[in-house]
Ligand binder design. Structure first.
Ligand code: FAD
Length: 266
C-alpha cells in the first residue's frame, strides 16, 4: 500500500497548502479543512485507493535526488552550487515600462506584462493566476484567457494559494499551453505532476515567484477582526498607492471606506 501525504508531510507540519495533492487525486478523496489558521488536506480513507499520487507530487516530500531530475526536466544542467536557488539558464533584472501595470503591481509588474503579451500573441492558451482579494475562504488560482482584464490579479498574496483547479485543468486538457504563477514550493509540486502524469513540459510556462516565506491565512482574519462590524470587500497585503514601494496593507470596506496600515515609517 503506497504512502499518503497524511503521515509523510501533513502530520509532520510540512504541508504548504498548495492543493496539488487535491488536484492530482484520481478519486477526489482529498479536501481541505482549516486548522489553526491554515488550510490542510484531509483524506477520506473510505474513498482512498492508496495509489501514492498525493505523496509523489507533494513538494514537501522532496528527496535530494530530485534536484538533478527536475533540473533536467527544466532543460538545465544540474550544478551542486545552485542547490539553494535551483538550476538556472540565465538571470535578468527587469521591470515593466507600462506605468499603469507597474503601479498596480507590488514589484515591477513584469509577470502581468508577460502574461498579457503571451496570451495576446496566442503563444499560450490560458494562464492560472490569483484574482482573490476578499479572502473569504481558501485562496485559489483561477483561469484567465486573452482579452480578460488582469487588474484584479496583480500584487502578491502572502498566504498559501491552492493550485488544485490548475492541476485538474492540466489533467483534463493535457494538450493546452498554460502559464502558471506560483511560489517555489508550488512550482516544484507542479513539476512533479508533469513528471508523474507524463505531461509535455514545454506546454507549461511556470512563473516562479521569488519567495522568502508566506503567512498563515489567519493573518487576514486578524486584520479583518479589527473592525468586526464592517464587511471587508478588499484586502491587499501591499499597495503602493499611498506611499510607494514597499507599500502598505490596505483594507476596503463595503461602505466604500478604506484603511491603510503602514509597513514602514515615511
Ligand atoms: C508568498 C510570497 C513571498 C514573496 N517573498 C518575496 C521576497 O522575499 N523577496 C522579494 O523580492 N519578493 C518576494 N515576493 C514577491 C514576488 O517575487 C513578486 O510577486 C514577483 O517578483 C512578481 O512581481 P510582479 O510585480 O512582476 O508581479 P505582478 O505583475 O503583480 O504579478 C504577480 C502574479 O502572481 C500571482 N500571484 C500573486 N501571489 C501569488 C501566490 N501566492 N501564488 C501564486 N500566484 C500568485 C498574481 O495573481 C499575479 O498574476 C513574494 C511573493 C509571494 C507571493
Amino acid at each position: 500500500m503506497a504512502e499518503t501525504i497524511e503521515n509523510l508531510t501533513v502530520n509532520k507540519g510540512l504541508c504548504v497548502s498548495c492543493g496539488i495533492c487535491v488536484g492530482v487525486c484520481p478519486v477526489a478523496c482529498i479536501s481541505f479543512h482549516k486548522d489553526k489558521g491554515q488550510y490542510l488536506p484531509q483524506i477520506d480513507n473510505d474513498k482512498c485507493v492508496h495509489c501514492g499520487g498525493c505523496a509523489d507530487v507533494c513538494p514537501s516530500s522532496i528527496k535530494g535526488e530530485d534536484y538533478e531530475k527536475y533540473a533536467q526536466l527544466n532543460g538545465c544542467e544540474w550544478r551542486e552550487e545552485t542547490v539553494l536557488y535551483g538550476a538556472d539558464i540565465g538571470c535578468f533584472s527587469t521591470y515593466c515600462k507600462d506605468l499603469e501595470i507597474r503601479e498596480k503591481a507590488v514589484s515591477g509588474g513584469i509577470v502581468t506584462l508577460l502574461v498579457l503579451r503571451l496570451l495576446a500573441e496566442g503563444l499560450y492558451d490560458s494562464a492560472f493566476l490569483v484574482g482573490e482579494n476578499r479572502y473569504e475562504g481558501q485562496v485559489e488560482s483561477g483561469r484567465y484567457t486573452a482579452g480578460m482584464l488582469l487588474d484584479g490579479t496583480q500584487k502578491s498574496r502572502y498566504v498559501p494559494v491552492s493550485h488544485a483547479e490548475t492541476i485538474r485543468y492540466m489533467k483534463k486538457h493535457p494538450e493546452e499551453k498554460l502559464i502558471i504563477t506560483g511560489t517555489s514550493c508550488a512550482v516544484h509540486g507542479i513539476l512533479r505532476v508533469i513528471d508523474r502524469l507524463q505531461l509535455e513540459r514545454s506546454n507549461y510556462l511556470l512563473l516562479g515567484l521569488f519567495c522568502d516565506r508566506c503567512e498563515r491565512d489567519s493573518i487576514v482574519d486578524y486584520f479583518k477582526g479589527r473592525r468586526p462590524k464592517k464587511r471587508v470587500t478588499g484586502f491587499y497585503f501591499r499597495t503602493k498607492e499611498q506611499a510607494g514601494w514597499p507599500g502598505n496593507v490596505k483594507i476596503e470596506y463595503e461602505d466604500g471606506s478604506a484603511e491603510f496600515f503602514r509597513l514602514r515609517k515615511e
